[in-house]
Ligand binder design. Structure first.
Ligand SMILES: *Cc1c(COP(=O)(O)O)cnc(C)c1O
Length: 480
């Protein structure tokens, strides 16, 4: 299997980024019923190419420019092999001490590498802590539910009480969790930018509260979409006047459409003053804070209640790996503490049980990936890789700027370049299959979006540009 994966990477260029299969292709290749008797491994192995690789979208392909990068490296894969091989489940300290403790140290390593304030470190004596979530969606949901619990407790303390008819009969069998009493949810409103990831919408749905998307505008600093402080302030004022209770702002550092940045230095003070939980979704852009020249991305992060990014996007660590930090993890743990007898252990008072800070109970040994990657590659080389990504995007942006047929929709930022072009061109490019990219839409304008990763060479950037211009010129001619 190791050889197969190594060969897969080495012969990647012989493939095309998008497979040729149609939905349902697999039913002709895989029996509908499970085998009762074992098959020889050689036959199973031989099926990997036709069944799996032929139907795989190759994210590591140098001509894959869709979505966002899913950076990977051999040490990261070794971490997954060892995690799968150990096959322990580390929900409490006792259920796998090495898993919990390595995760604590690795989360500190990453926090230090990207320059987070000390109070987020596990080694700091305060209530801050870091852990690894599966995805940014999980992190956002946990932030929303923690913020919701804080808001419920504040309403109770401020004497905003449930009305008499909503009171649960004290003799009833129904359990009403103190900080998750649904009667208090009806006035709560979660805020985010109109450029926030759909994961934020989904988290808010799951939290059972209302949502308001604040209008983003092009800012002075990046000429890119972000929420201005006066827009947040006005929304808080207007919604409070109508009896709503804004309780969280989910800021996006590196929006999926255009890599826009909600300024934490501008929005943080408002959230802190108005007692809104500030969660920072830096899923894509967070890795870049590893480079000192991109630290500006997380300026003001000391005002955040929680911060998250995906190492599994640009830090040479494969999916999944999404570290999250809490300013006050003790508070969050309080809201989610469930303590059945089978999970209790004698070290509870002094050791961390990460199960309290995530949706699932079970968790695997993700920290091995960072341990292997940072030790065998080092932060310097990862920084170099991030700079390569940015340089590819700059190179592409220059080609687009010079071309009379295209226009940069927003200035290039980090590894995202984009251009205003029509839906048909997108279809033609993706039907052609030599390269793969996805479109986006901001404020009603449909544009093509190109995401770079570090295995893309300068020649590949030129290739992408040549394919796009060739197809665009043919399209323009046919339209005349
Ligand atoms: C990729 C991305 C997400 C979703 O990430 P998952 O880890 O797959 O949940 C959310 N927000 C932003 C800004 C992203 O770039």
């Amino acid at each position: 299997m190791v050889d197969l994966v190594a060969d897969y990477w080495e012969t990647m260029r012989e493939r095309q980024p998008l497979p040729d299969v149609k939905p349902g292709y697999i039913w002709d290749l895989v029996p509908k019923d499970p085998p009762a008797e074992p098959e020889p491994w050689s036959r199973i192995f031989a099926d990997i190419e036709p069944v799996i690789f032929q139907g795989t979208t190759h994210w590591q392909h140098p001509h894959f420019f869709a979505y966002y990068p899913s950076a990977c490296s051999y040490p990261a894969i070794m971490g997954d092999i060892l995690s799968g091989g150990i096959a322990s489940i580390g929900f409490t300290w006792k259920s796998s001490p090495a898993m919990t403790e390595l995760e604590m140290v690795m989360t500190d390593w990453i926090a230090k590498a990207i320059g987070l304030p000390r109070f987020f470190l596990n080694s700091d004596s305060g209530p801050g802590a870091g852990m690894i979530q599966c995805t940014a969606s999980d992190a956002t949901l946990i932030a929303l539910l923690s913020a919701r619990a804080r808001a419920v407790m504040a309403m109770k303390q401020n004497g905003i009480d449930r009305t008499a008819q909503e009171e649960v009969n004290p003799n009833s069998q129904i359990i009403n969790f103190e900080s998750h009493d649904p009667v208090y949810f009806s006035k709560l409103v979660a805020y985010c930018s109109d450029q926030a990831h759909s994961a934020v919408d989904k988290g808010i749905m799951l939290a059972g509260v209302r949502m308001r998307k604040l209008k983003s505008t092009k800012d002075d600093r990046f000429n890119n979409y972000s929420v201005e402080p006066n827009v947040l302030e006005a929304a808080i004022k207007e919604d409070r006047a109508q009896g709503y209770i804004p309780f969280i702002y989910v800021a996006t550092v590196g929006t999926t459409n255009t890599c826009g940045i909600d300024s934490l230095t501008k929005l943080g003070p408002i959230c802190n003053r108005e007692k809104l939980w500030l969660h920072v979704d830096a899923a894509y852009a967070g890795s870049f804070a590893l480079c000192p020249e991109f630290r500006y991305l997380i300026e003001g992060v000391e005002m955040a209640d929680s911060f998250n990014f995906n190492c599994a996007k640009s830090m040479m660590i494969n999916f999944d790996y999404s570290p999250m930090w809490f300013k006050d993890a003790k508070e969050a743990i309080n809201y989610f503490n469930v303590d059945p007898t089978y999970l209790k252990h004698e070290h509870q008072a002094v050791a961390s049980d990460y199960r309290h800070l995530q949706v699932a109970l079970g968790r695997r040994f993700r920290a091995l990936k960072v341990w292997f990657v940072l030790r065998s590659i080092g932060t310097t080389k990862i920084q170099e890789n991030l700079r390569i990504v940015v340089n590819r995007a700059i190179q592409f942006a220059k080609l687009i700027e010079k071309d009379e047929h295209f226009e940069l929709f927003v200035p290039q930022h980090l590894g995202l370049g984009s251009n205003d072009i029509n839906e048909r061109l997108n279809t033609i490019i993706n039907d052609d299959k030599r390269i793969h990219l996805v479109p986006a839409n901001a404020h009603g304008i449909y544009f093509l979006r190109v995401a770079f990763h570090s295995s893309t060479t300068e020649d590949d950037v030129k290739y992408a540009y040549d394919v796009i211009t060739e197809l665009a010129e043919a399209l323009l001619k046919s339209e005349l």
